[in-house]
Design a protein around this ligand. Structure first.
Ligand code: CA
Length: 229
């Protein structure tokens, strides 16, 4: 069955354009023009992905994102205003999977949507695979073991948990606050230095050149991303 997408956009022309383009791409599409309608449609339709404008009447895109994320792991792509770094960070902290900056081409948007779906499939495959291949490094998630060129590398338990989390979210940028909350279990912002220190130890364990990391990359101003080779 075709995958379904909920388009949330208050600007009618853009909304219609998005609906038509995504339908032409083979998706089943529903749409909402404000935050309140978005939540109603989301709960009624259970879409496979939500395309969410940040600036919305009734309930803001930020609140819609937070509410949906509390109810569901559905992929969310935020549509943000041009060059708004704050919006990107806020969106990712609220659990959006990606963001597209306006104005965007339909081709770019289509590529992002497919990438998010592909990551979901890879994450499912990774969740069922015990040993993950990162080039010269093999990680046995079930056995809590890292092998580098066949030799076991010992790391602190928290470092391994951090690696396992990044592997499960490979290709997805995660903020320091998200890592603190989801790996350390802190429910407040701050203490992000802890994350940086553990990333430093992790790089020393798995990167060919920890000073020029290729697996765990820093996204300046946002956080980290693990890129599989
Ligand atoms: Ca808007």
């Amino acid at each position: 069955m075709a995958r379904s997408i909920l388009v949330v956009e208050d600007e009618p022309t853009l909304r219609e354009t998005l609906v038509e383009a995504l339908e032409a791409d083979g998706f089943r599409v529903t749409a909402a023009g404000d935050g309140r309608a978005a939540l109603e449609r989301f709960r009624a339709d259970h879409p496979d992905l939500v395309l969410l404008d940040l600036m919305l009447p009734e309930i803001s895109g930020i609140d819609v994102c937070r509410i949906i994320r509390a109810e569901s792991p559905v992929p969310i792509i935020m549509l943000t205003a041009r060059g708004s770094e704050v919006d990107k960070v806020v969106g990712l902290e609220l659990g959006a999977d990606d963001y597209v900056t306006k104005p965007f081409s339909l081709r770019e948007l289509s590529a992002r949507i497919r990438a998010v779906f592909r990551r979901g499939e890879q994450a499912n495959a990774t969740a069922s695979a015990s040993v993950v291949d990162l080039g010269s490094v093999h990680v046995d998630l079930a056995g809590h073991q890292i092998l580098r060129d066949g030799v076991e590398v010992k790391v602190k338990p928290k470092v391994f948990e951090l690696l396992a989390f990044l592997i499960r979210h490979a290709g997805q940028v995660v903020t320091r606050d998200q890592l603190l909350e989801l790996v350390w279990g802190y429910d407040y912002a701050g203490e992000t230095r802890t994350v940086d220190v553990h990333v430093h130890w992790l790089r020393a364990a798995i990167e060919v050149d920890p000073a020029q990391p290729s697996l765990i990359q820093t996204i300046r101003g946002v956080g980290y991303v693990l890129r599989r080779p």
